[in-house]
Design a protein. Sequence first.
Length: 369
Amino acid sequence: MTYKLPAIRVKNHVVWKNPNFDPPFILEKGAESPLGLMLALSKEEIEKPDFFLGVRRGHCRTSDIGRITIADRSGRHYHEIDLKGSGCLTGESHIRSNDEFPNAIEWQSKWEKTTMLDHVLTKKTLGLLDLSRALHDAEHAERVMCAGIPTDRILAVIALDELTGTHDHEISRFSIEQWKKLWRLNPDFYPAIAVRAFTVKARIADVITGRNTEQHRALIIKAKHQTQEGHPGCMCGYLEWMVRSVGTHLGRLHKSGYSHGWMHPQNIALDASLIDCGSGVSINEINRLQLESDIMGNPWSPGALMSLNWLQHRLIQLFPCDARRLRSIDVRNFFLENHQTALGHMIDIPQRWLREKLPDPCSDWTATA
């Protein structure tokens, strides 16, 4: 579910613009953009906002502009625009999120211990996005798209010239250099906003957490309707199409020379797009372990197969009339078959991938009906 929170406009300038789009809002390189927005923190900002941004549970540093349909120069249509790096929200982890209203909280840089007595200010900053990371993700998304892999696209990267935050127990607005002098930001960190476009923004994680079953059904039915050209209209057809499509897209990503690096329910959209592909590493660094991590998971990320298995269990809960047919779908074999076809059989499937039983959905991730 999307909620609305007040936002304010801060000084900014556009440092990168996607040449494959002509968006309907001002995004000229070097100029200030009206999309340089941050979630409001002070009482004055909340009472007199410049804009209202949509926010969702489990999306800790992104806010939605709303539904705006745009197309790239190849004719691909995108229907949802968000701002990544626009401030910090409660419910940072989707694993621990619940149905409560998400609220804006202050961004915060992390300190890491280096010795018994010394700590260092890192570039890890809750609620904000680093400029270098935004530029990397923007360019990598275009490479991924050219390889035939649906993903989120970055329309522009906006560098922020100031931020609001707490100083002397009050909310103040300072330049980035002033925050660095106050040791609130790493000297090498420069905050930015990535303006992203999605065909469908809702992810598997959005329908397997929380207890709002009606909202979950609505998200799935909407995604099924938007993708109905690729599958029969029934829910079983949608699930099989999702499994085969994610397998194909991940296989193409591996064949193009990259791993995803963070494959979990938050990064698989309900239209089978792979989100945040910029976390992966290049072909020179890929080995069996990283491919296996994308598919079978690791201690930090459950992997594509587990994510799709959880989606299958959730569809059985939400659509009991189709439960029998949904259970009959062999998620593992459909996925691996399409992954290997797209990959071109460059690797042999380890036998244990075929034998291992996928665990039942974890209670931390799976919604209760």
